[in-house]
Design a protein around this ligand. Structure first.
Ligand SMILES: [Zn+2]
Ligand SMILES: [Zn+2]
Length: 393
């Protein structure tokens, strides 16, 4: 089959690879109809995620049709139109049972790297390095889905492919960011990053009761989408000082909830010296992640407020304002998404017309255009929010 493979930093190639086969009795094979790019793929492409190997297939947000199933798959059938949560759970361990499937004890067959780096090992992720399980990704004609009954969800009638595909990753990640922040009616929620996840976090914050939502980015098309589609007020961090602007908008209190939908490759925009310092340290390997957004959130958040982090971090950061966080009594919530606990609820919101993620799909392209499509996505050219590949043509 045809697949989009990682071959090194900034080196993606469309290649011929063997078709996936059933490995375990609880697997299914999905014929991929749509497979979306994601901001976290850029960390792979930029070379910030270790244990990638040449030939690895990337992609983790997808929709398709089940064409084969193992003997222990009970609830799903051949011909089902499904989405699959990008973070893989086993469905049986304590974490999966308690709705935190991204912490699954069983779905990562290569636990040693994470154990060494993090102390414990979390879940496997499709197309996201060997440290996260070495699972083949979805930018391909077919993909193997393990523990299918737990990870794949039948798309309800009346929900289009274009809306459903994002229930794989962008929607639950944004929804979880808002959910774990414990938003209360009347809250002001600021969201750093107006890409796919940030857009969904803003919309979810409103669904969960936020009174005002403020989106922060520097790309005009993303800020426009935040206003028009997610109902947010917006700030351009290349033009205004974010701390000053957020205090002015909240009577000097600061937002009740600050959401990070950016992650490890952040820029502060307003503080060039700080950005240079972070980039220099990251370039020579003295820090792996750039914490510009985290610093701004800690400074801007109201006393006693909550920081909710779904932007991806990989390793160590430097110049972290722990004193401010401690003395302001901030609460930190964070994690990879636990989409399995949200998928049904999110389909319900979509069916009720309360949520429409389809505008994230600004470009739909064949898999052959993969390398150029990622370049466009990375440069945020042509008002690109997300490219979705159609591997079957
Ligand atoms: Zn993702
Ligand atoms: Zn599990």
């Amino acid at each position: 089959m045809k697949a989009l493979c990682w071959n090194g930093t900034n080196d993606l190639r469309v290649e011929r690879v063997p078709d996936p086969v059933l490995v375990n009795p609880h697997d299914v094979i999905v014929k991929v109809a749509l497979s979306s790019v994601c901001g976290s793929d850029l960390h792979l492409i930029d070379g910030y995620v270790p244990t990638m190997r040449p030939g690895d297939i990337i992609g983790h947000e997808f929709l398709g049709e089940i064409v084969e199933k193992g003997p222990e798959v009970r609830y799903l059938n051949r011909g089902d139109r499904v989405i699959t949560v990008s973070i893989i759970g086993c469905g049986h361990c304590g974490h999966c049972q308690h709705g935190e499937s991204s912490l699954c004890d069983n779905s990562n067959p290569n636990p040693d790297y994470a154990r060494t780096a993090y102390g414990h090992c979390g879940a496997g992720i499709f197309g996201y390095s060997h440290a996260f399980g070495g699972y083949a990704g979805s930018h391909a004609e077919y993909i193997r889905v393990p523990y299918a009954d737990f990870n794949a969800f039948r798309v309800p009638d009346g929900v289009s492919d274009e809306k459903a595909v994002f229930v794989s990753d962008a929607v639950p990640t944004g929804y979880m960011a808002a959910d774990m922040a414990g938003i209360r009616p009347g809250d002001v929620v600021a969201v750093w990053g107006c890409g796919g996840v940030g857009q969904m976090a803003m919309r979810s914050a409103t669904l969960l009761g936020a009174e005002r939502v403020i989106g922060i980015d520097r790309f005009p098309d993303r800020l426009r989408a935040a206003q028009m589609k997610a109902g947010a007020e917006t700030l351009d961090y290349s033009r205004v000082d974010i701390f000053d602007a957020l205090q002015a908008m909240t009577g000097g209190r600061g937002p009740d909830v600050c959401i990070d939908a950016v992650g490890m490759e952040a820029d502060s925009g307003s503080n060039a010296v700080e950005d240079l310092y972070d980039r220099a340290k990251q370039a020579v390997g003295l820090q792996t992640d750039r914490p510009a957004v985290l610093r701004q959130m800690i400074e801007s958040c109201r006393k006693g407020g909550t920081l909710s982090i779904v932007g991806v971090y990989g390793g160590l950061i430097d110049k972290f304002p722990m004193g401010a966080a401690m003395n302001k009594g901030l609460t930190f919530r964070m994690g990879q998404q636990n989409g399995q606990r949200y998928a049904e609820r999110l389909f319900e919101h979509i069916r009720n017309g309360e949520l429409d993620p389809s505008y994230l799909m600004t470009h739909r392209l064949p898999l052959d255009d993969g390398p150029q499509a990622y370049r466009m996505f990375k440069e945020k050219a042509d008002d690109c929010l997300r490219v979705v590949f159609a591997p079957q043509g």
